[in-house]
Design a protein around this ligand. Structure first.
Ligand code: C5P
Length: 219
């Protein structure tokens, strides 16, 4: 139910993949379903927070009470996160593409000589790292880390590198991407908590509870 510690609090959540266009009909994407981010947005809204969900292309319904802003590319996601500020917390769950292509104006054609086209890649903005260093930084910034090996060590290093308060590390060595279950570790300045394996909804409930604790302690 409603939680007084979240009443009047604004929380930004990013979710889903990004699509990076190659030409008018093609794009680079990844297998993120958006389920974990949508579950977190829904759990926070159900507890009474004002939630802005900046979402890449997914096929999920908007959770009740959530303000959803749809984007396609990483750069659009970065700009909508900026537009949504100020916020008390941000939870960056999106699987943002690391690279983009300078898209061709027209559909790229096969060449008569059989030579494939070369895609020049540029690095996308790191939305989490930039937000963590922004003068308008929310009091609580939470990142995610999908890892297949050295899950906790990589997440501890990522917390420092990104400048976030917390990193939720998930072990994606199984079939987590698109699946319903998740196994996560919460990395904070105080250490590492191993959470039991559970549904993405259960992980969302537990994280929403922790965010309420943290924001309740901040005036
Ligand atoms: O570096 P890595 O992609 O593993 O970091 C994952 C975390 O950083 C997630 O919270 C993701 O939403 C965020 N991220 C981002 N912008 C990027 C890349 C990752 O916000 N360009």
């Amino acid at each position: 139910g409603r939680d007084a510690r979240l009443a009047g609090r604004h929380i930004i959540v990013t979710a889903g993949p990004t699509h990076e266009p190659i030409d008018p009909v093609r794009y680079i994407a990844n297998r993120s379903s958006g389920k974990q981010g949508y579950a977190i947005a829904g759990a926070l809204a159900a507890r009474g927070a004002r939630v802005t969900l900046v979402s890449g292309p997914v096929t999920l319904p908007t959770p009740p009470g959530v303000d959803r802003v749809d984007v396609e590319t990483a750069r659009q996601m970065a700009s909508e996160v900026g537009r949504a500020l100020p916020a008390d917390a941000a939870v960056m769950v999106a699987a943002v593409a690391d690279w983009r292509v300078e898209p061709a104006a027209g559909k790229i054609k096969k060449r008569p000589d059989g030579k494939p086209p070369t895609l020049g890649l540029s690095e996308n903005p790191d939305i989490l790292a930039e937000l963590s260093r922004d003068p308008r930084r929310p009091a609580l910034v939470v990142g995610f880390a999908a890892e297949t090996e050295n899950v906790v060590d990589n997440a501890v290093a990522k917390r420092t590198r990104k400048g976030s308060d917390w990193i939720v590390a998930n072990d994606v060595s199984g079939d987590v991407m698109g699946g319903a279950e998740n196994r996560v570790h919460l990395v904070t300045a105080d250490g590492v908590e191993d959470w039991p394996q559970g549904s993405k909804l259960a992980v969302a409930e537990r994280l929403a509870e922790r965010i309420a604790d943290a924001l309740g302690a901040i005036q």
